[in-house]
Write a protein that binds this ligand. Sequence first.
Ligand code: AGP
Length: 607
Amino acid sequence: MCGIIGYTGSGSAKEKILDGLEILEYRGYDSAGAFFIDEDNFHIVKTKGKVSNLKDEVKKLEGQEFPVGFGHTRWATHGEPSRENAHPHKVGKVTLVHNGIIENYIEIKNRLSKIGYTFNSETDSEVACALLDSYFKENAHPCVAIWEAERVLIGSYAFVFSFEGYKNELFAIRKGSPLHLGRGSDGFYLASDLTALSPFAKEFYTLKEGEIVEISTSDAKIHTKNGVISPIWEKNEIRYQKTGKLGYSHYMLKEINEQPSLVRSCLSGYIKNGLPNFEKANLSYDALEKIKRIHLVACGSAMHASLLGKRFLEEHAKIPCEVFVASEYRYSPPLFEENTLVILVSQSGETADTIASMRYAKDRGNLTLGIINAPGSTLAKESDFCIYTEAGAELAVATTKGYLTQALVLYLFSVFLSLNSKKINEENAKSLVCTILSVDTTIRKTLARQKELSRLAEKIKNAPSLFYIGRGLDYYLCLEGALKLKEISYINAQAYEAGELKHGTISLIENGTPVVAFATSEMLFEKTVSNLKETKSRGAYTILFSGKFSNDMDKIADECFLLDGNTREELIFSLILSLQLLAYECALQKGCEIDRPRNLAKSVTVE
Ligand code: AGP
């Protein structure tokens, strides 16, 4: 999951590349680099760390303008974050940037070493560059060299190349990693996602696997094995507004605060006359009426949202659902019965594991539905149907509004299936729609309680490890609470089914170990509380997030955070805001890099 941007045109490649890399930085940010070329010479600038470090280096090219260039922001796969391992890589007559993983790079490296190639980095990308050079050496046309290499390379890649002797041109190819061609008023662009294209190019063409794009300062063409074709341009609907943080200290806090207004803006397009309606997604019930089973397939927080979706779908639509971690899906392997709907949930729409799962399911004749935030993404384009979560661009690596809107859409979709399969009547359906829309008021109240959560964060932020416990759907929320805390505050938080703790893991409870219990269901409240008390009797520091299910709430745990709202839905979404703010406050108080946590990237486009 790296970010690539390339440019050829009459504008300033320096400016375009740096602006584009800033937008792409969410994809990886442990090092960055750029390549610029003009009639007379070329420059390669590379730095460890963020794009801002690269900007400082590029400033040294003061006064020089370049019509052609490309840039890269890296999430390390092979080789530590360093200047040497940063892209671009140049070997002989070829310079490239790469997003993806070359699985057979060791074998290729050994073969190339035997014919005299030496390597300065530990990366698979530099090996790919040497391979291209070895084929280009025989004075082949760049496309011939690229297609020769394509036959040898195993893995996923999006490459942008510059070849000696072709100073006005850039070449690109993709296999498994996304790459888009953009046409702007002052030239042509290549980028890993449409958001990075949107400030410059109002039209785009998504490269197909195996096609080679050649762009020059005046033209763009597609080389296929059957000849040269022109791009079929699509309108780039994405509007990237560089709004900045609007006064919030982090993008994550800004995006947490956007959530109350997103409840209606996300759902209103899928509600007609008070009833769920997915015509906007070109999805009618006719296509779904035979569905007997649902697989929900996703990664990370999207998988946690899918677990909530399972509960909503089984409760409302009475359809058996199974949730799979996308990276495991193909290896489970899933038992596809007749009339299985496979739902792929993804904020970025570019998660390689989820894309691979979608293709696996489609290849076996299953209907696929994407619940996606990013328009024009691979999952959005390749799923049979796509419901957009309309959360807007999410720039913090730790998802908040992306996860919340996935849960909202899954809830509404469950009511849609329930109504159309006659499990409920229109009156019930309208009532459930009102219920889910009303959570906006509830989560606004919870947002206003950030100070209370800051105080709780004070109590747990230095814990080496911590447990979240809950039963049923509350356990699913524990998974998200633990992930949020891990990924931005680096506290080793684990989620456990409350009833399971006593079957072994309770041995880890020491004096002062924080245990956080979630209870949004009155039916499960007593049992959850007794599990929490089992930990307290072994020295745990206990915190309860719960609805008001007892008159002695303040006597149950060391700390009690009464959730806002009364309905189960209100309590669930109040808890989502609470766990997000608790994680945020812990990370803030620990001085962590909240928007760009170490080792992470926003979109994991490698398997
Ligand atoms: C969320 O906070 C994480 N950064 C991560 O788990 C994410 O949810 C996961 O990588 C899936 O991403 P996607 O929704 O873009 O597919």
